[in-house]
Design a binder for this molecule. Structure first.
Ligand code: SF4
Ligand code: SF4
Ligand code: FES
Length: 602
């Protein structure tokens, strides 16, 4: 079983609100910025005895926001400056990964010497500006905007999937009047409308912020959505014959600040306040998008992007978003199997595996046993596999199957569907190669290879393998998370953890090592592959303790030059470039100035 103590539920900001403090965090951070005299109460004009403006550099401007002095780069907006000062200016249409539309007016602030209120998202911070974000005038306007937005909004919160992470709901609580003066009939729009294959649209809930439209124009570049009609009859829609079906369509539901666009697979699955958001990494391709794995009652119900400017910015693809389906769509493999030993325990199965591998190596001679290892395994699994199989069991032939599909796209998706291929390479196991796998299978056919260890792959799903071929083996030892035809033919098979059930690290195609966290308890007797391999290694004389994935990674950092100096602790939530293995120029489209990249910081 996985360590229960490794399952650490963590709260993180709702996925579509990357620049809003996490639930429970104060809306206004307590710390002032540099050189501040004690700040007076918000709403009080700055005076000679009040806060002083700090010195700004040549490319910076200094200003006061609610009496907090803040220095920002030239060109930053008032909203960004407020964020830097730890002050939340409520907003709907602004998103840091897209252009500024300035249409919701929720971010209006008062700026001294300007007679009208200004929108913070589109007003550039100027030197010496004195901004008020929370005085009576601003609060009155915000309440008015809320009232205006709610005129035609249905009272859906009790049945809306967005409830609990809806800006309209949260802002009404924080800034609204709390009651409606609107007695007339609301304008009605289509509800539960299939705007795309996986996204449902409720037009009555839409506040016309145009985030979804800008996402399709600027980030996915698929241009399916537009705003049709005018005034209170304006409605977001897809162009005729072009439903919202781009590979990133789920991101429109993420950026929608209300419950107008919802991701169909998550509808009515769980109330968001019951979900535990565990920060982890998608294992759907070599990009390794940072995600929140949301679980409830030991089941993943949703995966949403987690902001990492160096990897995926604010986005993830639809395939990755639903990649956890594999956990539930195929029967899991839960108890060890040892042919001829009904109800074998894990120890009995491991004894049998070690004996079979030893006997096959002895009778077949050098090269009689080979290994086929998945690059979907974690770095820790691969490291222990290398030690146990390569150094202790004397298995010198090892191949990693490649899994490629489609092409790299302009944003995130990688053709390489193995999430840890770069990690395997950096550990010295070689790159994925169908050719090397075929050579081993050819040698099984010719009788040169008589024993195979298969880690995390369904061999019979690979080209060139057949049941008849596997039946020629005198030792087939398999570790996998799912039942498969390969498991059925194994002499010994042991159940390993699936996605979300183990703690570990992987290296993405950029050469960035990132942590996957355990979010679920594994089923039956499934264990992380490194732990099963460690126990197999004990039968070949392994003495290293390898008590946790953390300890194994720390050993990798100490012993493998490419990972020199890295520890679990230094990886943090956003990972770190591998010192000896970052891929130059592989920051990737979609981030670092590409479409949907985070706006330059204040
Ligand atoms: S559907 Fe959502 S994101 Fe799109 S305009 Fe309406 S409220 Fe904004
Ligand atoms: S691009 Fe790759 S890593 Fe990112 S969400 Fe999609 S499948 Fe997962
Ligand atoms: S966030 Fe500024 S106008 Fe919408």
């Amino acid at each position: 079983m996985g360590d229960p103590e490794t399952i650490e539920p963590r709260l993180s900001p709702p996925p579509h609100q990357p620049n809003v403090p996490a639930p429970g965090a104060p809306a206004v951070a307590p710390a002032a910025v540099t050189g501040a005299a004690p700040a007076s109460a918000a709403g009080t004009p700055a005076s000679a005895a009040g806060p002083v403006l700090p010195q700004a550099g040549p490319d910076e401007v200094a200003l006061l926001i609610d009496d907090r002095p803040v220095v920002v780069r030239k060109g930053a907006t008032v909203l960004q400056a407020a964020e830097k000062a730890g002050i939340l200016v409520p907003h709907y249409c602004y998103h840091p990964g897209m252009s500024v539309a300035g249409n919701c007016r929720m971010c209006l602030v008062e700026i001294e010497k300007m007679p009208k209120l200004q929108i913070g998202c589109a007003t550039v911070a100027g030197p010496g500006m004195v901004v008020r974000t929370n005085n009576e005038r601003v609060r009155g306007v915000r309440a008015g905007i809320q009232e205006f937005l709610l005129i035609n909004h249905p009272l859906d919160c009790p049945i809306c999937d967005q409830a609990g992470e809806c800006r309209l709901q949260s802002y009404e609580k924080d800034y609204g009047r709390g009651y409606s003066r609107f007695a007339e009939e609301k304008v009605h729009f289509p509800k539960r409308y299939d705007i795309g294959r996986s996204v449902l649209f409720d037009a009555e809930r839409c506040i016309k912020c145009t985030r979804c439209i800008r996402f399709c124009d600027e980030v996915s570049r698929s241009h399916e959505l537009a705003l049709f009609s005018r005034g209170d009859h304006a409605i977001v829609g897809a162009f005729p014959g072009r439903p919202l079906d781009n590979p990133y369509s789920g991101c429109t539901a993420d950026v929608c600040p209300v419950g107008a666009l919802t991701w169909k697979p998550f509808r009515f699955k769980a109330r968001v306040w019951f979900l535990k958001n565990v920060p982890s990494v998608c294992a759907g391709c070599a990009r390794g998008c940072n995600v929140n794995v949301a679980t409830f009652r030991n089941r993943i119900h949703r995966m949403t992007p987690r902001v990492n400017a160096d990897v995926n910015a604010y986005w993830m693809c639809d395939a990755g978003r639903q990649s956890y389906d594999t956990l539930y769509s195929r029967p899991r493999f839960e108890r060890p199997i040892a042919r001829g030993l009904p109800d074998a325990t894990a120890d009995q199965a491991l004894d049998r595996a070690a004996a079979l591998l030893r006997d096959t190596a002895k009778t077949g001679g050098k090269g009689a046993v080979a290994a086929i290892v998945s690059a979907r395994l974690s770095l820790e699994d691969l490291y222990v596999a290398k030690r146990v199989l390569g150094e202790l069991a004397g298995i010198t032939r090892l191949a990693i199957p490649s899994h490629e599909d489609g092409e790299d796209d302009h944003l995130l998706i990688r053709r390489d569907k193995t999430p840890n291929a770069r990690g395997a390479e950096l550990l010295g196991l070689g790159a994925p190669s169908s050719g090397r796998v075929k050579e081993i299978l050819d040698d099984v056919a010719s009788g040169r290879v008589k024993g195979l260890v298969v880690l995390g792959e369904d061999l019979l799903a690979l080209p060139g393998a057949s049941p008849a071929l596997l039946d020629r083996l005198s030792a087939l030892v398999v570790l996998d998370a799912w039942k498969s035809p390969t498991v059925d033919r194994a002499h010994v098979a042991l159940p390993s953890c699936g996605y979300g059930e183990f703690e570990g690290t992987m290296v993405n195609f950029q050469g960035r090592v990132q942590r996957l966290r355990a979010a679920l308890r594994p089923p039956g007797e499934a264990d992380p592959a490194w732990r099963i391999l460690r126990e197999l290694g004990r039968r070949f004389g392994l003495t290293s303790e390898y008590a946790t994935a953390r300890a194994i990674f720390d050993e990798i950092g100490a012993k493998v030059p490419a990972f020199s100096g890295l520890t679990f602790r230094t990886l943090g939530d956003l990972g770190a470039p591998v010192p000896g293995g970052a891929t130059p120029g592989a920051a990737g489209a979609g981030v670092s100035g590409g479409p949907g990249a985070p706006r330059a910081e204040a």
